[in-house]
Design a protein around this ligand. Sequence first.
Ligand SMILES: Cc1ncc(COP(=O)(O)O)c(C=O)c1O
Length: 463
Amino acid sequence: MTIKTIIEPFKIKAVEPIRMTTHAEREAKIRAAHYNVFLLHADDVLIDLLTDSGTGAMSADQWAAVMRGDESYAGSRSWYRFEEAVRRLFPFQHIIPTHQGRAAERILFSVTCRPEQIVPNNTHFDTTRANVEYQGATALDLPCEESHDTAALHPFKGNMDVEALDKLLAAKGREAVPLVMLTITNNSGGGQPVSMANVQAVSGVCHRHGVPLYIDACRFAENCYFIKQREPGYADKPVADIARELMSYADGCTMSAKKDGLANIGGFLATNDEDLARQEKDLLILTEGYPTYGGLAGRDLEAIAVGLEEVVHEDYLRYRVASTEYLGKHISCEGVPIVQPPGGHAIYIDAGAFLKHLEPRHYPGIALAVELYIEAGIRGVEIGSVMFAHKDPATGEEVPAEKELLRLAIPRRVYTQSHIDFAVEAILELWRRRDKIGGYRITYQAPFLRHFTARFEPLARPA
Ligand SMILES: Cc1ncc(COP(=O)(O)O)c(C=O)c1O
């Protein structure tokens, strides 16, 4: 075909109205929300790019499957359908359903981690880091060298630094490192993919040192589509085959089905270790539910089973990756600094470079999030020092995050190109008046995962 426009590969059957608010209304709403976009009422948001997690639109087939849900407490039909759909892509021996990704993380780290141990990851997602730290262990990020330069164009900036991992495992040994994790795609590192070669290399190092490798598989389909597009030898392979190969190098995974499960809730934990699986199921029963539903309704298991089939369709993935790229290209061509190249599920504006007159301690990511909401009712999320700063144990001072980003995550199958065009216009308006945007300070914070509930106060705007 000669037509190049990539269209949404679906028709819209049900619509959900969204509501315009005035500039003055939005100023009042964000003030009442203590300048934290998490504390806004979602009805006051026009285009919600806070997260791609659980916010996707389900297909007609998924809704039909919901009606098929078998709500039997134990051994339900829906569980067997779910298990089969999961195993088709994730060929691990034990599949343990959970209500979402972090429940899988909590169970995994509770049974594997002890205080003082270290868990390396390409880059921990916030809940992953918090769950490791909750066990008293250290969450160590080992991203590849290329990931440090937001502007650098590299096809697999989500990769792990294999050499650093090898050195760590050689120095500390398996006693100190209960497992290694690879997050695909690397969400906190800019939604960047991990190459198959990197997965293989990391797996090789882990197994040489007798340490298991787990995949944080939330966005496995997007990652595998990038492998198909960018890595030699994969162009003709179906994405499902690429996923199976990738998982074959690992010993287990955690998954939030709220992303590439195309469902609104759900997740799972998988492992090849029988003894571990037994302990994990015991914990599951304590807090999530019986191992054939794990905190999910039968109808949720059905929706995920169908979602996992649909998410590897290449028409869908082509549209998904192209529409995210569209947003990135249309703002970066006007000079807006973003993490390059565009990721699979989100565009990450480099708020530190966008608002270069603001120091990290004045939270440029928060400043940009607030300004974008006031300008156009669009909600994004800071991925910077509010989320990831840590205290220097010697001085007690806050050490800023490496990057100050504003993430605009695109819900799956929800917004059309005109919504994205609207977002482009709004961001470019902020870019034109960037010198006048002021910073923030924190007035309240929780002891962990502070970004969800922190309260802020604006500092004086630049003259
Ligand atoms: C990479 C990654 N890991 C884990 C999680 C946690 O999943 P959930 O929100 O389902 O608990 C997320 C959620 O956004 C994520 O992006």
